[in-house]
Design a protein. Structure first.
Length: 393
């Protein structure tokens, strides 16, 4: 794994916008606009390196599924903050019927610098973003700059194939694709639009909708779209923890289709993904696989020995884009926060010429499918991180 600087292509901003990345710039607190899509540098990997990382990703995915089974079988929902018995029961039912429920994609965040094993930082298995830039503009950048080269990127083909295989699990009627109108930069909108495109290429009839336009028909007791048609299946880029606590949360639970014809709305990703998108998963994985070379030590009751031995990171169980993450160097007095957190071994992100890098490794269904790389100036990957392309040399 190496970082290389390179001259950006002429008119790069217009090019990537036409390829779906309509948010190539990020506005900083001082009002300045700086590249989010950053092709002033790129990363290179060897083929054996990528093949080894693919194996790691698929092994980690299998371990996460085993951890989800453990949570359900041992009724450990409260450790994930799922304290409503009804919600816990529905998530458990969703897990047990997962073969009947469509589930498409997820993204691991990994620490890796080309020297030593990759380490799992977290698993974004419910509403992962940065998909568009990983699947499309990154591929076309490679074709422009390194024609004939290769890339860890089979996202588009695998997504279309996944929809083809899972179309039989969808109820009759169009598959609605929804995003939130609160998305100001267009990332959620374009992620949903891209996934909708892959579903249509698989032969599925779709409709676009914002989550704010979903209505509730009191007479039928069903969700409806802006044309008063029943929403029988819905892909949502809207986290489950928000969905179940919104005003219509009780209706979501009342009508949840967990397979077997027991409900009226099938949500994608399914409810069992709540088990994998929660940082408590990191501690349960460490409990089940202590010392695994691709895991970092993690606990829920406090930092334990990490406070002295190597430092730790405190992560809210449902935090996003680095929000609420705090870093604690070894030797400092341990801090146990009031809010539920996961206390994970401190593994500083690799530093390439002052840039802190994290690998976003994609999973489609149960297989490794691609890579997206983000860089940040600070130790936490936050909303100001930059996306950089990569190539296999």
């Amino acid at each position: 794994m190496k970082r290389h600087t390179i001259e950006p292509r002429p008119h790069w901003q217009r090019t990537v916008e036409e390829q779906g990345c309509v948010y190539p710039l990020t506005r900083y607190p001082d009002g300045s606009l700086r590249p989010y899509w950053d092709e002033s540098a790129y990363y290179s990997f060897t083929l054996p390196e990528v093949e080894a990382l693919e194996e790691v990703v698929e092994e980690l995915h299998g371990m996460c599924l085993a951890a989800a089974a453990h949570i359900v079988d041992n009724d450990r929902f409260a450790e994930l903050g799922i304290t409503d018995p009804r919600l816990a029961a529905l998530v458990a039912e969703s897990w047990r019927r997962r073969a009947e429920l469509p589930s498409v994609y997820a993204r691991f965040d990994l620490r890796y610098d080309g020297d030593g094993p990759a380490k799992m930082l977290e698993y974004n298995a419910d509403t992962p973003t940065s998909l568009v830039e990983a699947a499309s503009p990154q591929w076309f950048w490679m074709e422009d700059r390194f024609p004939g080269a290769d890339q860890w990127n089979s996202l588009h083909e695998r997504l279309v194939d996944a929809w083809k295989r899972q179309a039989r699990l969808l109820p009759p009627g169009p598959l609605h694709f929804v995003h939130s109108e609160g998305d100001e930069i267009g990332e959620d909108l374009m992620t949903v639009a891209y996934l909708r495109e892959t579903a249509e290429q698989a032969g599925i009839t779709t409709e676009a909708l914002s989550v704010e336009q979903i209505g509730w028909d009191r007479l039928s007791g069903r969700f409806v779209d802006d044309r008063l048609r029943f929403v029988r299946s819905c892909f949502k880029l809207y986290p489950w923890e928000w969905l179940v606590t919104d005003e219509f949360g009780p209706h979501v639970l009342d009508t949840l289709d967990n397979g077997g014809g027991t409900g009226t709305t099938c949500w994608i990703e399914p409810a069992w993904k709540m088990l994998l998108s929660n940082k408590a998963l990191l501690a349960i994985l460490w409990e089940l696989y202590p010392g695994h070379p691709n895991l970092l030590a993690a606990y829920l009751d406090g930092p334990r020995e990490l406070a002295d031995e190597g430092g730790y990171v405190a992560k809210p169980l449902l935090g996003r884009e680095g929000a609420g993450v705090t870093l604690h160097e070894p030797g400092a007095a341990p801090v146990v926060r009031d809010e539920p957190c996961c206390y994970q071994e401190l593994a500083p992100l690799p530093d390439f010429d002052g840039n802190r890098v994290v690998l976003g490794a994609w999973v489609v269904e149960n297989e490794s499918a691609g890579l997206g790389i983000r860089e940040s100036s600070g130790p936490v990957t936050d909303e100001y991180a930059r996306f950089l392309p990569h190539v296999i040399l």
